[in-house]
Write a protein that binds this ligand. Sequence first.
Ligand code: IVH
Length: 668
Amino acid sequence: MSKKRHEELKKLISHHNHLYHSLDRPEISDYEFDQLFQELLKLEAENPDLERADSPSRRVGGEVLDSFQKMNHRKPMLSLSNTYSPDEIREFDERVRKFLRTEKPVEYFCEPKFDGLALELVYEQGRLTHAITRGDGTTGEDVLSNVITIPTIPLVLHNPKPPKLLEVRGEVLIFKKDFLAINEAQQEAGAQTFANPRNAAAGSVRQLDSKIAASRPLRFLAYALGEVDGVEFKSQEEAEETLYQWGLPVAREHKKKQLRQIRTGADEIVEYYHWIESVRHELPFDIDGVVIKVNSFRLQDDLGLVARSPRWAAAAKYAPEQGETVIEAIQVQVGRTGALTPVAIMRPVKVGGVTITNATLHNQEEIDRKDVRVGDTVVIQRAGDVIPEVVRVVTEKRPAKSKPFHMPENCPVCGEKTEKPEEEVVTRCVNPFCPAILKESLKHFAARRAMNIDKVGDKIIEAFVDAGLIKSFSDFYRLKKSDVLELERQGEKSADNIIASIEKSKKTTLARLIFALGIRFVGEQTAKSLADHFGSLEKFLSASDEDLVSIPDIGPKVASSITHWLAQKRLVKEARALLDLGVQFEKPKRAEGGKLSGLSFVVTGTLPVKRDEAHDLIEAHGGKLLSSVSSKLNYLVVGEEAGSKLEKAEKLGVKILDWDGLKALIET
Ligand code: IVH
């Protein structure tokens, strides 16, 4: 019995993983997904002999290694020859035709050149057994413990029956939007931010602690084969299509147009090169060019290699979007955790259509590595298409008397001595009363994802601190309308709004409050785990180090940061004061006795609102969401382009509603 349920759960969870991570089209709520996952973990804990090679439970990470095993590639991982212009692309095509002694146009398979980290996945009898970094092309490192945490990489290949051996090559990436989110989270946790998605991906894949890799939104896109035994392909196109069928992610569509295309002859590949360049910034991931491959594997064999590059493929790169400008000053900013960040203030310059005026220089180590100085002319670019970064100094243009930059010994805001522990890269202000730290902490406290005091923006918080009206979190809840009116440019109406918004923020959840406290390394997710575990603020405030490390999601570093925070009486008192001033916790929403209570729902197809919104609406009225259609289901809510679920529901005679029907059910 448990075996059958286990097989069912593995399939169900993998299916929802795929919908969520690959298709961006979840069909169940996060809550429901968690329930399934917990059930799986429990089942596996109770039945050690269940088959877990293909179990999604392996994806949470947990293995910590001393080092990675070195491993040889069965076939060397080659590099590509680069071209940089339409003329050079034409020359590549000419070389190919000359070698093949043909006048006829050649068929090419074209796809974007992903800017990540090359990786080889080894599947033996359909099971993922190794994941080897490129290394020097001959020998890499087996980073399997991290790679199994990448949700879109199948642990076991799907049907059609996979071959005895399949080596798949591709690129590990972080999508642009995910990159911005991790950097935000890193910043909030007081940890180092990454310069670009490529670095973030590479850094994550090389973590010895697989939990860290598991926490990073890594992706994989396949584009080539290594050694293969037990199957034959005629062309690149056929190979990639089959990889996709086996469940491996490949580049697909952009705005309903296939990114991977067959193009015949030089004109068509040049046209492809221009097309991708024009949509480059809209793609969800960074690319640095396109790769053009002779499609036929027979012709690829005929063409062979020159040195370490195939004669049958070329990278056609885009000129990086860079600009040159002058650093006018290096300003040092103080963050919420007291971290000092040097920021280059530059003469405004346009790069890729956006005017850039400043760029973070990260820390002293980075500044030393690039030797960036005030007055320097620098080359800058937008990392991950978004964040401006200093690429290098044009030393020939350096002014004669320039001096290396050093982080200040005193905090630029409060003037107290800064600290930089030997083993860290970050210089910090450790004065708990530093106004900069206070301002940043208050901004975090009031932020949308924390206490959500929506009418109190950064400028107002700064004004409150400067006026001496707010010195701590709890002071928000001591403010009176007359206090707000003391600030410049605050009228009656906006003062009312501010007070109302503060009042409204008192109704929150324990998780939000814990997150709002701004404890180092405690991001939103950790705050949720803490809230779930302790259930009350008081229990959390009196937690011991042992309590904390016993929580599955919390490692020693986070635990020690929390213990350190809890040891500061002033901070704990401040947290308790919030409750005295009326902050209270709502139970996570689940309406009892609502219009939909006792009824179950599945939502499918495209509705006039976001899927999440529909789910929230159903749950808010007491309805229960299920993941799949069965005869026990009460209602299937359908939008446009509903597929197999609708068919199944019709077969089983499940009641079907459209969006208006659902609303009518709630409103009548
Ligand atoms: S095909 C020669 N296709 O580019 C091996 N490579 O400079 C055939 N890359 O190491 C590679 N996107 O890391 C191929 N769509 C793509 C690619 C791609 C990125 C990388 C890959 C390779 C490097 C060669």
